[in-house]
Design a protein around this ligand. Structure first.
Ligand code: 1OR
Length: 287
């Protein structure tokens, strides 16, 4: 027989944690996780269970939240404040590899892989965190996160633009990606529009064209799997410079502007250098 408390399949041994909260605390949690990709796609009940289980943690400047090599107990979301991340490789002195601010989250790795903490995280100002226990994290947030990281892992490894990144930086990109499909000849980007997204081609091909001053449309070299587009308007804050259409069925992975800025910072010089070439390509085609 099925009791009223039984959980969905696969979650049978999970007892819900409920830490009482004021309405004001609930609202602070909501705004802290609103833009965090790990919390997207939760249904109403999962969302409530996560908020119920979170614990408020106030920390002082200089406090160590996580120590590399330690045991994973909690996953953390930043409400306010700032944090530095340090990694020590093979006993070398720790190096700063990353920082987090409001809306950021950390501490998922040890919980996902039952591994020691991969880094040390230290508050660089008085801060407020929301901590989620291991069991709730694994029961509700892990499935989606690891599925997405697995799904995009091999694809992202093949994208030339991203080869210089650390595996963990590609994980964070995977968290933020959303796949979209376009049918043959469908417009993905329209010249003159405002740019809000960055695109990577997962499969299929795209055609590129541009209207010149007298409104004649001319064709530019096309794009294939592993290529990217849509970065220029995000880098320059100018309107879309070209039209991009699906050539056959096209699958793209997209990042919104905020994620693009935050996650592709390490390759922004490569993006800029490559875009310097666009004028030459256009000139050659037009001749
Ligand atoms: P955790 O549970 O291992 C430390 O506890 C957390 O720091 C870790 O989960 C991540 O959430 C976070 N490599 C590993 N963990 C990192 C890194 C990182 N950055 C943040 N964390 N690297 C930095 C990549 C820019 C790779 C360094 C070689």
């Amino acid at each position: 027989s099925v009791s009223a408390e039984s959980m969905a399949p696969g979650q049978e041994d999970y007892v819900k944690t409920v830490i009482p909260k004021t309405e004001e605390q609930r609202q602070r949690i909501e705004s802290s996780i609103a833009n965090n990709f790990l919390f997207k796609h939760l249904d109403e009940e999962q969302y409530k269970d996560v908020v119920d289980a979170m614990v408020e943690k106030r920390v002082s400047k200089g406090e160590e939240i996580i120590r590399q090599g330690g045991i994973g107990d909690y996953f953390y979301v930043v409400e306010t404040g700032s944090f530095n991340v340090y990694v020590s490789k093979n006993g070398a002195p720790p190096e700063r590899v990353m920082d987090y601010g409001p809306g950021g989250s950390f501490g998922e790795l040890a919980l996902m892989y039952n591994a020691p903490r991969a880094a040390t995280v230290v508050a660089t100002s008085d801060s407020v965190l929301w901590a989620l226990d291991r069991v709730t994290f694994r029961s509700i947030l892990m499935e989606n996160t690891s599925r997405k990281r697995r799904m995009y892992e091999s694809f992202l490894e093949e994208v030339t633009l991203l080869v210089s990144l650390e595996p963990y930086e590609r994980h964070k990109i995977a968290d933020a990606l959303e796949s979209l499909y376009f049918e043959d000849d469908e417009l993905v980007i329209k010249q003159g529009d405002i740019g809000n997204s960055f695109y990577l081609i997962e499969s299929g091909e795209a055609r590129v064209s541009k209207f010149d001053e007298d409104g004649t449309e001319f064709e530019l070299p096309g794009l294939r799997k592993g290529d990217y587009f849509g970065e220029l308007a995000l880098l320059t804050n100018k309107p879309r410079a070209v039209n991009i259409r699906a050539k056959g069925r096209l699958k793209v992975a997209t990042l919104n502007k905020k994620a693009f800025v935050r996650l592709l910072g390490p390759v922004v010089d490569i993006l800029k250098r490559n875009s310097d070439n666009y004028e030459n390509i256009t000139r050659n085609v037009q001749q």
